[in-house]
Write a protein that binds this ligand. Structure first.
Ligand code: NOJ
Length: 562
C-alpha cells in the first residue's frame, strides 16, 4: 500500500458560522478561528477542513456561493483568510477548502447573466428547460423538498436545482463551465491550500435527457431522480480531467462527498489506479437509523448493521483505495447523542466511539465539538431552527398532516442544527462563543460541556482524543493495518483485529451501557499483549482470557505473532 501524508493525518472540520465569533455580531468568523489555532494544535490534528467561507447570501449557510474568490463579509476578508492559512502552516497544520461546484447561488454573476435571455453566453452555464404540459420539465424532487425546478418568468423556462431554489445546478457538460471551475481551483491552490473537500461531487453529471423519475403519468408529485444523476454518465471523465488539469500539479488531498455510493462505486472514485479522488464520504453508515421513508423516518440502529457496514467498507477498499472515517459532521446529528449514551455514560461512550473512529483503516475526521462531547439540542419550537432542510421538511410534513410531536422528534434525532449550535468554549455567557447574540441558540448544557472544563480534566474526552491522535503517529499499524472482524455474532461487542507484518492490534468495544463478557482470541491471550489505550482504569489480563467489559468499555491491545 502506498504511504501518503493524508492517510497518516487526522482532519478537523470547522463550521465557521458556529466556531468562534471575534467581533460580537453573533456569527463565527475567520479571526475567531485564528484565535483558536493553538487549541487545534493542542488537540494534535493535522488538517483543517473549512466549510464554505466564500461570498454567499446564506440560503444554505455558505453552500450557495455567489463569488468563489471572495470571502463572505460576515466571516472577514481575504487578508483574514490568509492569516488563518499562514497560522495553520506555521503550526505544522494544513488547510483544505470546501469546493461547492455542483451548483452556485442564484446570486452568482453567472446566473444573473444566465437568466437574462436564452441567447446570453452564460445561459448554458446552467440547466434550463421549457416546461412540459404546463408543468416542470420533469418530476424530480429537490433534496430540500418540493420540485427540483424553478420557473423563471423572464424567459418562460425552468432551471434545475437539486438543492434549494437558490442553488441552481451548474451544467458540467459545458466545457466552458469546467474551465471556469478548474481556473478557480487553481487560483485557490496557488494561494497555498492543501486540498479540497468536494461537495456532492458525484451529482455533477446528469443524464442529458433528464427523464422522469416516476413511472406513472405525471400526477403532480415529485420523485428522487437519483438514477439520472447519482454517479452520472460523465462524472468519471470530468474528475479525471480535473485531476489531469489541476490536482495532479500539486501535492494535495481530496475528499469527495458521494451520496448513495456503495464500495464498488467508491472504488471508481478512489481506486489507486483511477487518478480521481483520494477518498470519498459515503453515507451508508449514516443510514443505519433511517427507515424505508428516508432520513426523517427514524428507527433505532442495530449493532449488527454497524458492524456489517464498517466491515464491508474496510475490506472492500483495503489495498485498492482509501476510506474516510467519520461519525458526524455539519449535516448529521451529534455522534454521542446518536450512538452513545449522553445521559448516563457520556464520557465512557464518547471515548468508546472515539476509539472506533481512530482505530479503523482510513483518515479520521473530527467534527468541531465532538472532542468535548457536545450533544444534540432540543429547541422548543420550529421557530428556533435555522436550517433550510429542517424548516422545509417541517412545513411539508405539516401540510401532509403529520402530528407536530412526530415531526419535532425527527428533528431532535436527525436535524442538521444539532451539529450547528455554537462551539462551547467555557461556562460564561453564550458559552464564550460570542459577546453578542448568537445566530442560533447555544446548547443549554454548555455550563458542564465546554472546552475550558475539558482541558482542565486530565480524564476528559478531549484528552482521550489527543492520546488517540498521538498513538496514530507512533504506530503505523493504526494507519495501514489490514482489518478483520472478530466475534461477528456478538451482539454487544464490536471487536476487530488490525494486522501489519507480524504486528496485531485488537480493538474491543462494548457498545452498550451494561457489563458484558468477552472471550479474548487465543492468540492474544497467549501473547504478551500490551494495552495501548482504554477508557477505564487498567486491569491485568485475566488468566482465562475472559474479559469483563464495563459499560461502554473500549480496549486496544497490541501484540505480535510469529
Ligand atoms: C452537502 C453539504 O454538506 C450540505 O450542507 C449542503 O446543504 C448540500 N451539500 C448542498 O450543497
Amino acid at each position: 500500500m502506498q504511504k501518503k501524508w493524508w492517510k497518516e493525518s487526522v482532519v478537523y472540520q470547522i463550521y465557521p458560522r458556529s466556531f468562534m465569533d471575534s467581533n460580537g455580531d453573533g456569527i463565527g468568523d475567520l479571526q475567531g478561528i485564528v484565535s483558536k489555532l493553538d487549541y487545534l494544535k493542542t488537540l494534535g490534528v493535522d488538517v483543517v477542513w473549512l466549510c464554505p467561507v466564500y461570498r454567499s447570501p446564506n440560503d444554505d449557510n455558505g453552500y450557495d456561493i455567489s463569488d468563489y474568490r471572495e470571502i463572505m463579509a460576515e466571516f472577514g476578508t481575504l487578508a483574514d483568510w490568509r492569516e488563518l492559512l499562514d497560522g495553520l502552516h506555521a503550526r505544522g497544520m494544513k488547510l483544505i477548502m470546501d469546493l461547492v461546484v455542483n451548483h452556485t447561488s442564484d446570486e452568482h454573476a453567472w446566473f444573473a447573466e444566465s437568466r437574462k435571455s436564452p441567447d446570453n453566453p452564460y445561459r448554458d452555464y446552467y440547466i434550463w428547460r421549457p416546461g412540459k404540459d404546463g408543468r416542470e420539465p420533469n418530476d424530480w424532487s429537490s433534496f430540500f423538498g418540493g420540485p427540483a425546478w424553478e420557473y423563471d418568468e423572464a424567459t418562460d423556462e425552468y432551471f434545475l436545482h437539486l438543492f434549494s431554489r437558490k442553488q441552481p445546478d451548474l451544467n458540467w457538460d459545458n466545457g466552458v463551465v469546467r474551465r471556469e471551475v478548474y481556473e478557480m481551483m487553481t487560483w485557490w491552490l496557488d494561494q497555498g491550500i492543501d486540498g479540497f473537500r468536494m461537495d456532492v461531487i458525484n451529482l455533477i453529471s446528469k443524464v442529458p435527457e433528464l427523464p422522469d423519475a416516476g413511472t406513472d403519468v405525471r400526477d403532480g408529485s415529485y420523485h428522487f431522480g437519483g438514477k439520472y444523476f447519482v454517479n452520472g454518465p460523465r462524472v468519471h471523465e470530468y474528475l479525471q480531467e480535473m485531476n489531469r488539469e489541476v490536482l495532479s500539479k500539486y501535492d494535495v488531498m481530496t475528499v469527495g462527498e458521494a451520496i448513495g455510493a456503495s464500495p464498488e462505486d467508491a472504488l471508481h472514485y478512489v481506486g489507486e489506479d483511477r487518478s480521481e479522488l483520494n477518498m470519498i464520504f459515503h453515507f451508508e453508515l449514516m443510514d443505519v437509523d433511517s427507515g424505508p421513508g428516508g432520513k426523517w423516518d427514524v428507527k433505532p440502529w442495530r449493532l449488527a448493521d454497524i458492524k456489517a457496514n464498517i466491515t464491508k467498507w474496510q475490506t472492500s477498499l483495503n489495498g485498492k483505495g482509501w476510506n474516510s472515517l467519520y461519525l458526524n459532521n455539519h449535516d448529521q446529528p451529534r455522534l454521542l447523542s446518536r450512538f452513545g449514551d449522553e445521559t448516563r455514560y457520556p464520557k465512557e461512550s464518547g471515548k468508546m466511539l472515539a476509539t472506533l473512529l481512530h482505530t479503523l483503516q482510513g483518515t479520521p475526521y473530527i467534527y468541531q465539538g465532538e472532542e468535548i462531547g457536545m450533544t444534540n439540542v432540543k429547541f422548543a419550537s420550529i421557530g428556533e431552527y435555522k436550517d433550510i432542510e429542517t424548516i422545509n421538511m417541517y412545513r411539508e410534513y405539516k401540510a401532509l398532516g403529520h402530528p407536530e410531536e412526530k415531526i419535532m422528534n425527527s428533528i431532535y434525532v436527525k436535524g442538521r442544527d444539532n451539529a450547528r449550535t455554537p462551539m462551547q468554549w467555557n461556562a460564561e455567557a453564550q458559552a464564550g462563543f460570542t459577546t453578542g447574540t448568537p445566530w442560533i441558540a447555544v446548547n443549554p448544557n454548555y455550563k458542564e460541556i465546554n472546552v475550558e472544563a475539558a482541558l482542565a480534566d486530565p480524564d476528559s474526552l478531549f484528552h482521550y482524543y489527543r492520546r488517540l491522535i498521538e498513538l496514530r503517529k507512533q504506530h503505523e499499524i493504526i494507519v495501514y493495518g489490514d482489518y478483520s472482524l472478530v466475534a461477528e455474532d456478538d451482539d454487544r461487542v464490536f471487536a476487530y483485529v488490525r494486522a501489519f507484518g507480524n504486528e496485531r492490534l485488537l480493538v474491543i468495544l462494548n457498545f452498550f451501557g451494561e457489563e458484558t463478557s468477552f472471550a479474548l482470541p487465543a492468540e492474544v491471550a497467549a501473547a504478551d499483549a500490551e494495552l495501548l489505550i482504554g477508557n477505564y482504569a487498567r486491569e491485568p489480563l485475566p488468566d482465562q482470557g475472559l474479559l469483563t467489559l464495563r459499560p461502554y468499555e473500549a480496549r486496544v491491545y497490541k501484540y505480535t505473532v510469529s
